[in-house]
Design a protein. Structure first.
Length: 330
């Protein structure tokens, strides 16, 4: 009885090979994935082990898809806050509104701890893979097969401020390019010939706060791309290994609203820290599906909803006695 412990050094390929060979499902939470994740994915593919992780490094995911043979197991990256809530919200609305040409996600509320590991991943990508990172931000089909048609509706435009009537308020930018790539891949894998566009924004109560948010977004962007400013910022930001307190884990929260151009709506709320506790629950629920009820006839690089679909939504709604997430369709 009890849960055993397997110790493996991510810098020792033999350790990783042995670990992947010894299990049916592997969850990877060690980043930056560009640095430490490749050997883990390769080992899981070699041994037919199902794999999932919490990365948001979309350029690395594309590289794994391109450089590895077709897996006989399921490889499902990006199964934490990046990008499961977005994937599920869009999935729910595709079912509720099949004729939708555009789905927009609004971040209504966000209270979460900034992960030192996430910041380290961002720093590494900007320093070593900036050109590909920019390409991923502007290519809606970045994670899709080459035959995927271009977006026929409208994708996210330049940084700005917009008036919105559904929901009511003002919208500013959000870091949605990563999530949008996963959402579009899900739609393509579901068999859609001409999938909807997908956009993410931040919802504000007034024009003033929307402008302030857009300016802050631009300032952060400048800091990240200018080396001296980036160096100074990372001196004061959380370092890898630093995380929230127990109180922050419990008191964090996030409210997301999803709408279609036909005015259908869904919501996804997280009642704990989104990037830590919420992510831990999300990736664990998906791993349990891979372990006990994997989708029949599916292998290769999948997405959260193409692995779990309705079963994943059901599991999340029941997580922590139904207290971790609220997922609704209106």
């Amino acid at each position: 009885g009890g849960v055993g412990v397997v110790v493996a050094d991510v810098e020792n390929p033999q350790d990783i090979e042995a670990m992947a060979k010894s299990t049916e499902v592997l969850i990877n939470c060690v980043g930056p994935f560009t640095v430490y994740g490749t050997v883990v994915v390769e080992a899981c593919i070699a041994h037919g082990t199902h794999y999932t992780d919490i990365t948001g490094e979309v350029t690395w995911v594309r590289k794994m898809m391109q450089e590895n043979p077709p897996p006989v197991s399921i490889i499902c990256p990006m199964s934490g806050f990046d990008s499961m809530p977005s994937d599920i919200g869009a999935y729910i609305l595709r079912k509720a509104d099949p004729s939708a040409k555009e789905i927009t996600m609004y971040v209504k509320h966000f209270n979460g701890f900034v992960s030192g590991g996430t910041l380290e991943s961002i720093k590494h990508l900007i320093a070593n893979d900036r050109k590909e990172l920019v390409r991923s931000a502007f290519d809606a089909n970045y994670l899709c097969p080459q035959s995927t048609p271009a977006v026929s509706y409208k994708e996210a435009g330049p940084v700005g401020v917009w008036r919105t009537t559904f929901p009511q308020g003002w919208a500013g930018p959000w870091m949605g390019a990563v999530n949008a790539r996963v959402v579009r891949r899900s739609a393509i894998l579901e068999g859609q010939k001409n999938p909807h566009a997908y956009v993410e924004k931040t919802l504000y109560s007034s024009f003033f706060w929307a402008v302030l948010g857009a300016v802050a977004f631009l300032i952060v962007g400048v800091i990240m791309i200018v080396p001296p400013l980036r160096w100074a910022a990372f001196k004061v930001l959380p370092s890898p290994g630093q995380g929230p307190s127990e109180k922050q884990l419990v008191n964090g929260s996030c409210d997301l609203i999803f709408t279609t151009n036909n005015r259908k709506k869904a919501t996804f709320s997280i009642h704990c820290d989104p990037g830590y506790k919420g992510t831990s629950i999300m990736v664990s629920e998906l791993a349990l599906i891979l372990a006990f009820d994997p989708p029949k006839g599916k292998t290769g690089f999948l997405t959260p909803v193409t692995v779990g679909g309705d079963a994943l939504v059901k599991r999340l709604r029941a997580s922590e006695g139904g207290k971790a997430f609220s997922i609704t369709t209106a």
